[in-house]
Design a protein around this ligand. Structure first.
Ligand SMILES: [Zn+2]
Ligand SMILES: [Zn+2]
Ligand SMILES: [Zn+2]
Length: 341
């Protein structure tokens, strides 16, 4: 405070020779973001009341607002021009008048990663973009999606923002600003415990109910709980209730959500839904399972061998040793006459 002053009637610290500076802008957006989070928690706290469709709607809208405000608050710390949609065209004047188009959530994440060196994992980025999609859908059509899945997704973003605040924002505040922010955060931290313990309780209970089905239980692409029981031609998630009408659609959704590869023809049913990297509850640590979402055939990578003729994967025991390479029964049959001749 030695080289600065406080303006009369204002809590904002103004350094000498500068009327308005980005450093001073950290705090209001952080408080604003925490206020949005407090609203999210009020709406989602099961200990207060059941979560209605309306609660979920405002939770998602305010969560998205919190994400935008908090990510930008951290960007401001790097440079004020970074919150512009196009930083190359940023002007101090329009910034001070708050008259500009600002960058979206995904641009903010990219800039935080590239410029501030903040690391986000793929799941966090995915959760934020899923939330943005939920927000748009809710804003235009109301709640048409599965409420439990929307809630679970919102919980993940909430979790991410709490950590982001704790690690990336609160340490940048000092003195009374930090105290105020920490005080504002206290009820949010409490409320989040209720929300996550609710999700945790529910998924623990389901784990009990799904006991014995671990061999066919995978992570749900919709709510990301390990509660999707697969069956020939699809599956049903016991946490969010989502079901899939075909193995193809489930394979597609699973692939979008996981580091899996799919599109291989299945040795058993021929459908192109054999997917590599499917993680099952019975072997949660292994990611070498190949699973066919159409016929439920399941292999490990060691049990399959590519045919030298058609390059398709085949179970080792079905492959025939050809003249100089392993061949599948089909390819072997086709080459046989030539080999003989
Ligand atoms: Zn689910
Ligand atoms: Zn199959
Ligand atoms: Zn072949």
């Amino acid at each position: 405070m030695e080289d600065g002053q406080r303006t009369q009637g204002s809590r904002r610290y103004v350094p000498p020779g500068r009327s308005f500076g980005p450093q001073q802008l950290d705090f209001p957006p952080v408080r604003n973001g925490i206020d949005y989070l407090a609203s999210v928690v009020e709406h989602l706290d099961e200990a207060v009341s059941d979560v209605s469709a309306r609660d979920l709607k405002y939770a998602v809208l305010h969560l998205q607002a919190a994400a935008e405000v908090l990510l930008k608050a951290r960007l401001l710390r790097e440079h004020w021009s970074l919150v512009f949609k196009d930083p190359g065209r940023a002007s101090r004047e329009s910034y001070e008048k708050a008259d500009f188009e600002s960058c979206g959530t995904s641009a903010a994440l990219e800039r935080l990663r590239d410029i501030a060196g903040i690391r986000f994992d793929g799941k966090e980025i995915q959760a934020l973009s899923a939330l943005a999609a939920d927000r748009n859908a809710l804003q235009h059509y109301g709640l048409t999606h599965n409420a439990a899945a929307v809630e679970a997704r919102a919980g993940r973003v909430l979790d991410f923002l709490m950590r982001f605040l704790d690690k990336e924002l609160l340490p940048l505040l000092s003195g009374s600003e930090r105290e105020v922010a920490t005080r504002d955060m206290a009820p949010v931290v409490e409320g989040v415990k209720n929300i996550s313990s609710y999700v945790q309780r529910r998924s623990n209970r389901l784990r009990g109910e799904l006991k014995g089905m671990e061999k066919s239980t995978i992570q749900c692409p919709e709510c990301e709980q390990m509660t999707l029981v697969v069956a020939p031609g699809g599956g049903l998630c016991h946490f969010c209730g989502e079901s899939w009408p075909s193995g193809y659609e489930l394979a597609n959704d699973y692939w979008l959500n996981n580091s899996a590869t799919w599109g291989r023809p299945c040795p058993q049913c021929d459908d192109r839904t054999l997917t590599e990297g499917v993680i099952f509850a019975d072997r949660a640590e292994a990611d070498d399972a190949l699973y066919c979402f159409t016929c439920t055939a399941r292999y490990t990578s060691r049990e399959l061998i590519p045919c030298a003729g058609c390059s398709r994967s085949w179970p080792i025991e079905a492959v025939v040793e050809g003249v100089d390479a392993p061949l599948c029964p089909d390819c072997y049959e086709q080459t046989e006459p030539e080999d003989v001749a």
